[in-house]
Ligand binder design. Structure first.
Ligand code: ASP
Ligand code: MG
Length: 399
């Protein structure tokens, strides 16, 4: 019998009415040759509400206890959904991570799934039950509750699909994956399919659609993920390995933007790799993620070096940098949006960057920094240019 793992996000289970509605579509889906495992997120803004509750106790809550607290949101929604399904005359059972042995390693708040003990789920499925699993949570080696990081229920769902050799369907309040965020560009096109690699780039770069680790996991095990609206005739998007696409015809698949970084420039420092490595090491030791880096050509042995870091890490990083360089050498630019174009077709098509630079320059969009990978070009631009940049690049590449 084939197993389908479905995941419902927080907005889909936001009220008891919505939970009852989902229960209806779940039982419609349950037929004699499909076993259903349902992963749920916490209702609506529950996780945020729990977080602010903890802030009421203190600014920096104990990490073990915070995970214990945050995991409760998904337990509520899974139990309610099981009740709703039973209320419709179908058999269902809800499970927490502890009950089905979702083993994790790593830190509280961003634990990694090591394995899932699948026997209990398999037994319940054999008994004809619809299995409901609380997403986002696990149990570490000490037997403590852990959480997988914000949005982590996607990863729970994919991990279960891997373990049960099933298919994975993610239901959200958007009808699929778009080439560009439709809130920023209303003419954005929905994609029928997207390659893992592209989706992973878009998710990591700021397209807030899915937990990026869920895509990594799906790619590793070759599990296709369907993303779309539940109980709807509107077709969503399949994230999968796309073979033999005519890459040349479409070099760019999507755009992602991110306003969460600032640029720091160190002016007139000696051209000396040791100085840079000391600075970057010191910042890195505070777990600050340095992203784009650029360096000017040396003049009299001196260079300027710019790099981006998350806004939230600015204060701490400045303290470290100024200690090493002196504060007269540091310039902070907070007006930064990272604008990224992603597409597997870039591997085989040349001139993609040139086309982007051309439309940027024709529209007076200043590029402050650039980084590239095989399938991505990222520019730091002014945040006020963001919407214009999205529009002209979407137009240029027919997104
Ligand atoms: N409820 C958690 C969050 O809001 C996990 C999830 O939604 O997947 O981040
Ligand atoms: Mg949520």
């Amino acid at each position: 019998m084939s197993v389908v793992v479905q995941k419902y996000g927080g907005s889909s289970v936001g009220t008891t009415e919505k939970i009852k509605k989902i229960a209806q579509s779940i039982i419609k889906r349950k037929d004699k040759d499909t076993d259903l495992v349902i992963v749920v997120s916490a209702m609506g803004d529950t996780t945020d509400d729990l977080l602010s509750l903890s802030k009421g106790i203190g600014e920096e809550p104990d990490k073990r206890e915070l995970d214990a607290l945050l995991s409760t949101g998904e337990i509520i929604s899974s139990a309610l959904l099981a009740m709703a399904i039973k209320g419709l005359g179908y058999d269902a059972i809800s499970y927490t991570a502890y009950q089905i042995g979702i083993k994790t390693s790593g830190q509280y708040g961003k634990a990694l799934i090591e394995d899932i003990h699948g026997n209990k789920i398999k037994k319940s499925l054999k008994e004809g039950k619809i299995v409901i699993v609380a997403g986002f949570q696990g149990i570490n080696g000490e037997g403590d509750i852990t959480t997988l990081g914000r949005g982590g229920s996607d990863t729970t769902a994919v991990a279960l699909a891997v373990k049960l050799d099933g298919r994975c369907e993610i239901y959200t309040d958007v009808s699929g994956i778009y080439s560009v965020d439709p809130r920023a560009y209303s003419e954005a096109k929905k994609l029928d399919e997207i390659e893992y690699e592209e989706m992973l780039e878009l998710a990591s770069l700021g397209a807030q659609i899915m937990h990026s680790r869920s895509i990594e996991l799906a790619q590793k095990y070759g599990i296709p993920i369907y993303v779309g609206l539940s109980d709807s005739d509107i077709k969503g998007t399949v994230i999968k390995e796309v073979k033999n696409v005519n890459m040349e015809s479409k070099p760019v698949t999507g755009i992602a933007t991110n306003d969460d970084d600032v640029a720091v420039t160190l002016k007139n420092i000696p051209k000396d790799v040791n100085i840079l490595s000391t600075i970057f090491e010191a910042i890195g030791s505070k777990r600050v993620n340095i992203d784009m880096i650029s360096q000017s050509s040396p003049v009299d042995g001196m260079v300027s070096v710019s790099f981006t870091i998350p806004k939230e890490s600015l204060k701490d990083s400045l303290k470290i940098i100024e200690k090493l360089t002196g504060d007269n050498k540091v310039i902070v630019d907070e007006d930064i949006t990272k604008f990224s174009m992603v597409g597997l077709g870039m591997k085989t098509t040349s001139g993609v960057a040139a086309r982007m630079f051309k439309v940027f320059s024709a529209n007076d969009i200043e590029i402050k920094m650039i980084t590239t990978s095989e399938i991505r070009i990222t520019c730091a631009i002014k945040t006020s240019d963001k919407l214009k940049a999205i529009k002209i690049v979407a137009n240029e590449f027919n997104l």
